[in-house]
Design a binder for this molecule. Sequence first.
Ligand code: SF4
Length: 434
Amino acid sequence: MSSVNTAIQLITREQAENGAAAKGSTCSPALAKGPWDYDVAEALAGVPAYGPGASSADVAPAATPRQGQLPEEYKLASDAELGERILAAKAALGDRAVILGHFYQRDEVIQYADFVGDSFQLANAALTRPDAEAIVFCGVHFMAETADILSAPEQAVILPNLAAGCSMADMADADSVAECWEQLEEIFGTEPDAEGRVPVIPVTYMNSSAALKAFCGEHGGIVCTSSNAKTVLEWAFQRARRVLFFPDQHLGRNTAKALGVPLEQMPMWNPRQDLGGNDEQALLDSRVILWHGFCSVHKRFNVAQIEKARAEFPGVQVIVHPECPMEVVDAADSAGSTDFIKKAIAAATEPTTFAIGTEINMVNRLAAEYPQHTIFCLDPVICPCSTMYRIHPGYLAWVLEELVAGRIVNRITVADSVQDNARTALERMLAARP
Ligand code: SF4
């Protein structure tokens, strides 16, 4: 099976040759361009953008980091030349650098990764390489921040393209959350009840800025991943009457629903509206207050796609990520993190058909890894995570060759004051037990 990027190039070429023949096979013809085109476009327009792919329609905050210009030689180099240069730089650096690749990253980058996994697995994988001076994180911005928090101070965490953010993480900024918290404290007060539970505890998904993890650390809160969200919510309910969950409303809703929290006790907080768009009583009656955030990749999945898969492939196993909307999770056979999806497929002993609701690069890689099964993405349109897409082998070659030359570029550094509180929230997560 060819990589997602090769498929995109082929479809685009076919479209150019045959007109509309392949129309609709990719979400954006701009995917065939080099991501550096968007660095240039951003520089000209003066506003950041996420680039083509899922989340291209989301509005990037003004403070979103921008990459600036990638040196021309890396834009002009062929894939083969970039491959040779990356391998030569890797060999020259040896143990001095470790390359981490997220599950959603393109194959053209993953092939050079020393470790492949989800964001937290990768941050932990980096801990096994304390001698590495540089941790090159082929993921998105919040992941590199987490790696910086967990790694030794002398290790430099590098994000090959600074414009690789995460639109979901960007949907909750520190100021809006602080403002929300202030309004909630005015309504709830701060006094614990007779059982010692505080009125509200903040819980942030791993997919959030270090500043929000620090906010949680400072306010008695905690971080969760899509693997441990249930345990973390139980931890929070032992200590608080309610939870403020950000930034992903879907993970919050799906997890709280599975714990038996009624939907009417999960109001949504829209940061652009007073009291988040709620009346005071709804907030007083709440158990989980959901931030108005979502992942544009997982928002693309719908129940009609599941019905179609079931009609075409009787007996199909539908597995979706909990960042999908609630009705999709309800209609699926099971829902879980990327690690859960991977393990479910690995555990199937008989040839099985799997329809998967998560990012296309990961689904295609699973399909190649397990040829005994039929594995396909629920979304028939090729639409990768647009921010992961900003990492291209050209940027990887550039940061590695700079390291060989003794220069660190694109270093992600979390301030010490933020690190301490963020680490507290992460440590609470690690200590939380079912
Ligand atoms: S898949 Fe969604 S949550 Fe993950 S990095 Fe992309 S936009 Fe963010």
